[in-house]
Design a protein around this ligand. Structure first.
Ligand code: ADP
Ligand code: MG
Length: 270
């Protein structure tokens, strides 16, 4: 499918805004760190493929190497071994088409929500012609009424929505999410999970979500890649074709949860 090339109203230029996600290929990826003169192996021959627009979750225990894997996909550091590519092109550094949303929203306290969301465009000197993209991103996450608020005036959920808008303003082809709801209370978390699915359905980026929460992975993703303890290896892949919106109590989801727990070597005792 060819992405639409809308005419930008402000500049009159044809703008290659992606209306689809990119394919991601991770092949034989291994990584290690040096710690106190010892080598710490963190990723061990990880290989997987994500289709354009797919929602993939990487599920694994704390400390197994999930954030490291995402940093490599984001191009924030080069892998020790293996190959990463996006739509067949090698990933060699960070790029606005691949943005990360971290657990901590890390907004600048001295900037308003609008100016925090505008950061990416400002850094790329695109803001002058793309101010409406900031408004669009704020609308997408339901923060239009808080454009002029400062981060200390937001709840945790709103701050994380602002962080999502800051990522979305770049119109990413791959949205990388590193335990994005980990610091939220359980009710806000449930609301944000539903919002993320609807954002993904409307924007059709490829989503790569890291989580240690089995239920979250199964509620959101079409495929769950289960990782072992460090060094992370792929233990299993669980496909979840359940339609959205999904419900926690759904019999099929309960069954899949049991399957994932057993793949993690844990009993589903609840
Ligand atoms: P996860 O996100 O799954 O909790 P991480 O990828 O953050 O795990 O970390 C995996 C392992 O790599 C941990 O043992 C951590 O201490 C180690 N690690 C992460 N980053 C570095 C670094 N820059 N230098 C040394 N060790 C690191
Ligand atoms: Mg992590």
């Amino acid at each position: 499918m060819v992405a639409a090339m809308p005419l930008d109203a402000a500049t009159g230029l044809i703008e290659p805004r992606s209306r689809r996600g990119a394919a991601l290929d991770v092949s034989g990826l291994s990584h290690e760190f040096e710690l106190d003169g010892r080598r710490l192996s963190v990723l061990d021959r990880i290989s997987f493929h994500a289709e354009p627009g797919e929602f993939v979750a990487l599920l694994g225990p704390s400390g197994c190497g999930k954030s490291t894997l995402l940093r490599l996909v984001a191009g924030l550091e080069p892998p020790c071994a293996g190959r990463l590519s996006m739509d067949g092109r090698r990933i060699e550094g960070p790029d606005p088409s691949r943005v990360v949303v971290f657990q901590d929203p890390t907004l600048y306290p001295w900037r308003t929500v609008w100016r925090n969301v505008a950061l990416g465009l400002e850094a790329r000197k695109l803001l002058r012609h793309r101010r409406e993209a900031v408004d669009d991103a704020l609308r997408l996450v339901g923060l239009s009424g808080f454009a002029n608020a400062y981060p200390h005036q937001l709840s945790g959920g709103m701050a994380q929505r602002a962080a999502l808008a800051r990522a979305l303003v770049n119109d990413p082809m791959i949205l990388i999410l590193d335990e994005p709801f980990g610091q939220l209370d359980s009710l806000t978390r449930i609301a944000m999970q539903a919002e993320l699915v609807s954002l993904w359905q409307r924007s059709s980026f490829t989503a790569l979500l890291v989580t240690h929460d089995v239920e979250e992975a199964l509620l959101l993703a079409g495929r769950v890649i289960v990782l072992s303890d460090r060094p992370a290896r792929i233990q299993a892949e669980v496909v979840n074709n359940q339609p959205y919106p999904r419900h926690r109590g759904d019999a099929r989801l309960v069954e899949l949860r049991r399957e994932v727990f057993s793949r993690l070597g844990l009993d589903d005792t609840w």
